[in-house]
Write a protein that binds this ligand. Structure first.
Ligand code: ADP
Ligand code: MG
Length: 254
């Protein structure tokens, strides 16, 4: 049975997609079978896995509208070693088109049931909103991984996400929990970042992952080559940190 994790944070540009593709590639290097689901209409996780979103015949949009199965829709990213359920622009319309559908928040969960046996991990890269798309991710997941930068407003932004997760837990998905907060783009020379990092640890204790992802330009360069940093330059500091994070995820009793 695959473990399903959402990478979510309603803020944009906090490292969700970078975490999704690098964790996926890191898990593959740790011997795991992985499916990456791109739930963001921007399709960055798709492109960043070397899959051209403009060439997709089917996408996660078709899966959500039940016009295709995951088995028909997934493509394998040969360079990265994992499968991708890709997103393209039409996903932006899914929100509106799904309004009149019953149990619309459970579409992804239902579709994943048929491929549970094919994977050890399913990672869901969520859009920067608490929308119907994110809700589909949260309904399907065993847990949420929250990438965050150690900045002044970081804790404030967390409140909305934590409340949403509580609501989904209470009403839609009893399995759902926060697996952990992942500190990303970390720069230890910045005192404020160290302070916020300490605050996070005192508030959330062991819900803060041990691994810290540093700010590292190789991670930012990799997407333009259609690769996760972990594949593009495995020896870079940022890639090493994501490999460590993948090992931490495998080792955790989740
Ligand atoms: P999100 O998916 O939350 O919008 P992204 O993963 O796309 O965020 O990251 C936002 C930007 O920050 C991207 O340009 C990405 O390449 C860059 N980035 C992410 N993580 C790092 C890091 N650890 N070091 C340097 N740049 C990073
Ligand atoms: Mg993103």
């Amino acid at each position: 049975m695959a473990k399903v994790f959402c990478i979510a944070n309603q803020k944009g540009g906090v490292g969700k997609t970078t975490t999704s593709v690098n964790l996926a590639a890191g898990l593959v290097k740790a011997g795991q079978r992985v499916l990456l689901v791109d739930l963001d209409p921007q399709g960055n996780a798709t492109m960043g896995s070397g899959v051209d979103k403009r060439q997709l015949e089917l996408s996660v949009y078709d899966v959500l509208l039940e016009s295709a199965s995951i088995a028909e829709t997934r493509v394998s990213s040969e360079k990265c070693g994992y499968d991708v359920l890709g997103a393209s622009r039409d996903l932006a319309g899914a929100e509106v088109e799904m309004v009149s559908i019953e149990r619309r928040e459970r579409r992804l969960k239902q579709a994943l049931e048929a491929v549970q046996g094919d994977y050890d991990f399913v990672l869901v890269d969520c859009p920067p909103s608490l929308s119907m798309l994110t809700l589909n991710g949260l309904c399907a997941a065993n847990g949420v991984i929250v990438p965050m930068q150690c900045e002044y407003f970081a804790l404030e932004g967390l409140t909305d996400l934590v409340n949403t997760i509580k609501q989904v837990h209470a009403n839609l998905n009893k399995d759902l929990k926060i697996i952990g907060l992942l500190r990303v783009m970390f720069d230890p020379r910045i005192t404020l970042q160290q302070q916020v990092s300490e605050q996070l640890k005192s508030h959330f204790g062991n819900k803060v992952f041990d691994t810290v992802i540093p700010r590292n330009v190789r991670l930012a360069e990799a997407p333009s080559y259609g690769l996760p940093g972990v594949v593009f330059d495995p020896s870079a500091r940022g890639s090493q940190a994501y490999l460590e994070f993948a090992r931490e995820m495998v080792a955790r009793d989740l």
